[in-house]
Ligand binder design. Structure first.
Ligand code: URA
Length: 205
């Protein structure tokens, strides 16, 4: 199966890890992506936020959560009193996967093989960062880190026992808020997202 493992250096530096990730050819996703979008943030961050994979804007800019989902994330973090600059933000999959749709590049969900292939990067990020709290944003992150049986809809906002960090909590993906059709539905989902992030904030206070 495809794997990033041979590309992951045995370094103790996240910057060195990020540099190495630029050349990852561990699965086929690098071919259609502009660049690797590695995690970024405070190297001594106590909070690690994990999304799914970069979108179109992130692919072009080379940084995680800088597009519309990132704006929702920023709004949620601010409302919960979490300073994004003090966190480290990354994704389970480090390359943008997309399909052409007219002139647009439509986000397409990473499959299990791609998630497994990329996992050695996230594993090393966690090992080097040793965060106090991990927040899984959406089912892809939650299932990659907590197991395939994890259900965000049922277990969101709850503390999950895990060897990965003293505290692990999952919530929905910010994109799920953007997908709501009515203003009311968006507001309701945003409020629930903020409530989950406040629980997370309480764990680091
Ligand atoms: N969605 C994600 O999961 N990650 C990003 O970086 C952007 C959008």
């Amino acid at each position: 199966p495809p794997t990033a493992a041979p590309f992951v250096p045995k370094t103790r530096s996240i910057d060195a890890l990020r540099r190495a990730a630029r050349g990852c050819r561990g699965c086929a996703l690098y071919r259609n992506a502009t660049q690797t979008v590695f995690g970024e943030g405070a190297s001594h961050a106590r909070v690690l936020l994990v999304g799914e994979q970069p979108g179109n804007d992130e692919d072009l800019e080379g940084r995680p959560f800088v597009g519309s989902a990132g704006r929702v994330l920023d709004e949620g973090l601010a409302a919960a009193g979490i300073d994004r600059a003090a966190t480290y933000v990354t994704n389970v999959v480090k390359h943008f996967k997309w399909e052409p749709s007219g002139k647009r590049r439509m986000h397409s969900k990473p499959n299990l093989r791609e998630i497994d292939a990329c996992f050695p990067w996230l594993e090393r990020e966690i090992a080097l960062l040793r965060p106090h709290l991990i927040v899984c944003l959406g089912a892809t992150a939650a299932q990659a880190l907590l197991g395939r049986d994890f259900r965000v809809t049922r277990q969101r906002g709850q503390l999950v026992a895990s060897p990965l960090a003293p505290h692990v909590v999952a919530t929905i993906h910010p994109s799920a808020i953007l997908r709501q059709r009515s203003h009311e539905d968006r507001q309701r989902e945003m409020d629930a997202f903020i409530a989950d992030l406040r629980i997370a904030a309480g764990l680091i206070a």
